[in-house]
Design a protein around this ligand. Structure first.
Ligand SMILES: Nc1ncnc2c1ncn2[C@@H]1O[C@H](COP(=O)(O)OP(=O)(O)OP(=O)(O)O)[C@@H](O)[C@H]1O
Length: 240
């Protein structure tokens, strides 16, 4: 057995956008999968609204927590409209009948993720970035108090990276959701997140981006032979 990370102890609050950063292979996806019950923790507890996550029934958990993983979805034959509609599954009855409110949430999720022109396309016809936006729309349609996303902006161009992260920030603030996402866009995360989790070989640091800059959390994230963290601009610079 390979233990990825230990002694992770933190509390996330309503209305916060939290970025999870760290080098390749450090354990960001593993942490998100563990927090969302996709895989079991080797040790310790995850509490959601003070309740052990293990004690939730699956459908109950799906109404509290949505997760966007990087893995491919099961059926790429679905249209974008159908994929986003899956977000409403935890709330519909056993035949999947949707109420007006469900349809409205799907419409809104499609609109704010800028994928209206894609609704009738099948998922296999989408580019990676378009697919990423459709999966984010599905999580938004699910409308849970807690949203987790594993590298939600990987395939997006720089404009849409900023757009999606700002959208997540607005969603967290306006709808009082807790949104946790992993990312390699450290400079965008520093600018937009309320809090960040920095995973490194010695453990993890958790706090507001400004505090993390001050305690040199970003400076010690990578070997300093190639890149240096500039505390003034909050970004990495290539060594000349
Ligand atoms: N299915 C698996 N089986 C065995 N080991 C795995 C598996 N998935 C990941 N690992 C290992 O677990 C460790 C953490 O991987 P994880 O995917 O959580 O890292 P990450 O921080 O998300 O990395 P990246 O930034 O590259 O996506 C890595 O060392 C990886 O090799």
């Amino acid at each position: 057995m390979n233990v990825i990370a230990t002694d992770i102890n933190l509390k996330l609050h309503q209305g916060e956008l939290i970025g999870l950063v760290g080098a390749n292979g450090i354990g960001k996806s593993t942490l998100l999968r563990t927090l969302s019950r996709v895989q079991p923790a080797l040790h310790g507890k995850v509490l959601l609204s003070d309740q052990d996550i293990q004690s939730f029934k699956s459908v109950e958990l799906a109404s509290q927590l949505s997760i966007v993983l990087t893995e491919q979805i099961a059926s790429k034959n679905l249209t974008v409209q159908e994929l986003v509609a899956l977000g409403r599954q935890p709330y519909t009855n056993w035949v999947g009948t949707m109420a007006e409110a469900d349809i409205e949430k799907i419409r809104k999720a499609i609109e704010i993720t800028h994928i209206t022109s894609l609704v009738n396309k099948r998922c296999f016809e989408l580019s990676d970035g378009q697919m990423q936006k459709a999966l984010i729309a599905r999580a938004i349609a699910q409308d849970t108090p807690f949203i987790m996303l594993d590298e939600p902006t990987t395939h997006l161009d720089i404009y849409h990276k900023a757009y999606i992260l700002k959208l997540l920030k607005r969603l967290a603030f306006e709808t009082k959701k807790t949104i946790l996402f992993s990312t390699h866009e450290i400079d965008f995360a520093i600018q937009l997140c309320d809090k960040m989790i920095v995973m490194n070989r010695d453990g993890f640091e958790f706090g507001r981006p400004k505090e993390l800059i001050q305690c040199r959390a970003f400076s010690s994230l990578f070997p300093e032979d190639l890149i240096l963290f500039d505390t003034q601009t909050g970004s990495y610079k290539v060594r000349s």
